[in-house]
Write a protein that binds this ligand. Structure first.
Ligand SMILES: C[S@@+](CC[C@H](N)C(=O)[O-])C[C@H]1O[C@@H](n2cnc3c(N)ncnc32)[C@H](O)[C@@H]1O
Length: 217
């Protein structure tokens, strides 16, 4: 059977997942990511979770279609609530708002572990997620921008170090993006456009906008 392609957003998530890891995919929906990673022999197994029955059913269809029922454990779970610490090495939380991703991490008692690797893909308010990470001992070791569905997104590879980070507000928008990369520049340009709308009612954002524009000009 022909293997499907992932879009630009999920491709970067897949690139960040470590070889031979056991994956937890939180908010799995269609389960495309765990299925693709298994078909490409990148991971050993997956716990694919969703808070809603309907998306979990579409995930089940995908898992059955590719005969991976022995490798993927589909599970109803609010965030990581129904995932045990010893079940996953790499945890992907993709396709949700930055604040919801931060809440899911904050609600999980075992996530602050040096052995766990997080792959986080916020759809909105990524600076709020970066702020949560920096204030809670997490470190972004790599961050990329990507393009899918006519929009730019970012994906972060994150480990727990236990060290809080000092930062300025504008740092939350740069994270670990390589500002020489064309995708990063385009992503930051879309961020600036969004911030300019917010700045109409909040002049304190002007300095941040200037700083980002100075880097991507
Ligand atoms: C837009 S889809 C993203 C699917 C896939 N992860 C991706 O990036 O393409 C978001 C999914 O997250 C699920 N979700 C929302 N809140 C959740 C939570 N607290 N815990 C687990 N899943 C959640 C939704 O039901 C939905 O299926």
């Amino acid at each position: 059977m022909r293997i499907f392609e992932l879009d630009g957003r999920l491709s970067v998530c897949a690139d960040f997942v470590r070889h031979d890891s056991r994956l937890a995919d939180i908010g799995t929906d269609h389960a495309l990511l765990p299925v693709w990673l298994l078909l490409n022999n990148k991971i050993k197994s997956a716990v694919a979770c969703d808070i809603n029955e309907l998306p979990l059913n579409s995930g089940r269809e995908c898992v059955e279609k590719y005969s991976l029922t022995d490798k993927v454990d589909l599970r109803l779970s609010d965030g990581l609530t129904n995932v045990k610490e010893n079940e996953a090495d790499d945890i992907v939380i993709a396709g949700m708002g930055g604040e919801l991703i931060a809440k899911i991490l904050d609600d999980c008692k075992w996530i602050k572990s040096h052995n766990k690797h997080l792959v986080l893909q916020p759809m909105t308010k990524y600076e709020k997620l970066t702020e949560y990470l920096y204030n809670n001992g997490f470190e972004i070791d790599c961050q990329k921008a990507c393009y899918a569905d006519k929009k730019y997104y970012t994906v972060m590879s994150v480990y727990f170090s236990g060290n809080d980070k000092e930062y300025e507000y504008s740092d939350l928008f740069f994270g670990k993006l390589d500002t020489d990369d064309d995708f990063s520049k385009a992503f930051l340009r879309s961020t600036v456009n969004h911030l300019k709308k917010r700045a109409l009612g909040d002049k304190t954002l002007d300095k941040t906008i200037e700083k980002i524009e100075a880097v991507i000009k």
